[in-house]
Design a protein around this ligand. Structure first.
Ligand code: NDP
Ligand code: OXD
Length: 309
C-alpha cells in the first residue's frame, strides 16, 4: 500500500521530511514519480492534474490538502465513488481568523484613507465609530466563518452569519437562503466572504449584492476568487458604494501583472495566504484519518459531493 502526495513543488519540499517523520509506517510516492498506480490506496493532494486520481485503480480515500475542495471538483475525471476528506485544522482556522480580524480592523479604522493621507502628508482627523457600531456579516458561517465571528465579536463587532441551512448559534444573528442574503447584506457595514466555491456561490459578490449593502461598506474576500464578479468591484469602489476591499483570492492566481486590482488605491490584495496549510499539524490530522479509515472507523470532514463542499 502506498500514499500519493501531490502539491506545488515548494509545498512538497516542506512536506517530504515531515511525512517521513510523522507517518513512518507508510510508503509515499511523490508526484510525478508515482511508480505502479495500482499500489496507491490513499492520495494527499492539492490541485492534482486532471485525470491523475482516475488513473489510480485502487484508490480508497482522497485527502485534500486544503479546506476547500473546488480544486478537486474541477477535474472532469474525478473518481466520484472515492470519498474525499477536506482539511479542517484548528491551526488554519486560527490563521484565517487573524486575517479576517486584521482586514476588518483595517476597513473599520479607515486604514486605506490614513495611508493615502500619510503619503500626501495630510494631518486630518476622520470621523470614527467604535467596533460596537460596525456590524459585520459573514457569508459562509462554517468552521472558518464561526471562529472568525467569535474573534470579531470579542473585539466588540456585532456579527451575523449566513449559511445554507438555518442555524441558531448563541451570540450571533444568523441568516440562511436567498431572503437571508438580502437581510444580512442590508445590515453589514463589513461583508466577509468565507464560502466554499460551488455552483450556488460562484459570482455571489456582484453589483446586485453590493447595492444591498449600506453605502460605504467594506468587503473582505478570503473564500475563492470566483465568488467575486471582478468587473463589478471597481465601479462599486469608485462610485462610493464600497469604501474598500481586502482580497486574498482571485479568479486567476497568481494575479496577472496587468490586473487593475494590484494598484487600485481602495484595494488591498494578498497572495492567497489568509490560512495556509500548515504541514506539521495537517500531517498529523491526515495521518490519523488514514489510520482510522484503514481500521474501518469513521473519518471526519468527508465532502458531500451533492452539496459541492
Ligand atoms: P465549511 O464547510 O465549514 O463552511 C462553509 C459554510 O458555507 C457553511 O456555513 C455553509 O452552510 C455555507 N454555505 C455553503 N454553500 C452555501 C450557500 N449556497 N448559501 C449559503 N451558505 C452556504 O468550510 P470552511 O469554513 O472550512 O471553509 C470555507 C472556505 O474557505 C473553503 O471552502 C475555501 O474556499 C476557503 N478557504 C480559503 C483559504 C484562504 O487561504 N484564502 C484557506 C482555507 C479555506 P451550512 O453551514 O448550512 O452547510
Ligand atoms: C484552502 C486554501 O482551501 O488554502 O485550504 O485556500
Amino acid at each position: 500500500m502506498a500514499i500519493l502526495f501531490r502539491s506545488t513543488p515548494a509545498a512538497t519540499a516542506r512536506w517530504r521530511p515531515l511525512l517521513a517523520e510523522l507517518m513512518p509506517e507508510h510508503e509515499f510516492r511523490f508526484w510525478p514519480e508515482i511508480g505502479d498506480p495500482a499500489a496507491i490506496e490513499y492520495a494527499m493532494v492539492w490541485q492534482p492534474p486532471p485525470g491523475l486520481l482516475a488513473s489510480l485503480p485502487n484508490l480508497k480515500l482522497i485527502c485534500g490538502l486544503g479546506a476547500g475542495i473546488d480544486h478537486l471538483l474541477r477535474d472532469p475525471e474525478l473518481p466520484r465513488h472515492v470519498p474525499i476528506m477536506r482539511l479542517v485544522d484548528p491551526y488554519m482556522t486560527d490563521a484565517m481568523s487573524e486575517y479576517v480580524v486584521l482586514s476588518a480592523l483595517r476597513l473599520h479604522r479607515q486604514d486605506l484613507d490614513y495611508l493615502a493621507q500619510q503619503r500626501a502628508q495630510i494631518w486630518e482627523e476622520r470621523d470614527q465609530k467604535n467596533a460596537c457600531e460596525r456590524p459585520v456579516g459573514i457569508l459562509g458561517f462554517g468552521t472558518l466563518g464561526q471562529e472568525a465571528g467569535r474573534k470579531l465579536r470579542a473585539l466588540g463587532f456585532p456579527v451575523a452569519g449566513w449559511s445554507r441551512g438555518a442555524k441558531e448559534i448563541a451570540g450571533f444573528k444568523t441568516y440562511a437562503g436567498a431572503e437571508g442574503l438580502a437581510a444580512i447584506a442590508a445590515e453589514s457595514e463589513i461583508l466577509v466572504c468565507l464560502l466554499p466555491l460551488t455552483a450556488a456561490t460562484e459570482g455571489i459578490l456582484d453589483a446586485a449584492l453590493f447595492a444591498r449593502l449600506p453605502r460605504g461598506a467594506g468587503l473582505v474576500n478570503a473564500g475563492r476568487g470566483d465568488h467575486l464578479v471582478e468587473a463589478d468591484l471597481i465601479p462599486a469602489l469608485e462610485g462610493g458604494q464600497l469604501s474598500g476591499a481586502v482580497l486574498d483570492v482571485f479568479r486567476d492566481e497568481p494575479l496577472p501583472s496587468e490586473h487593475p486590482f494590484w494598484t487600485h488605491p481602495r484595494i488591498i490584495a494578498t497572495p492567497h495566504i489568509a490560512a495556509e496549510t500548515h504541514p506539521p499539524t495537517a500531517a498529523a490530522i491526515i495521518g490519523n484519518a488514514i489510520r482510522r479509515f484503514a481500521a474501518g472507523q469513521p473519518v471526519p470532514n468527508l465532502v458531500d459531493l451533492a452539496r459541492g463542499y
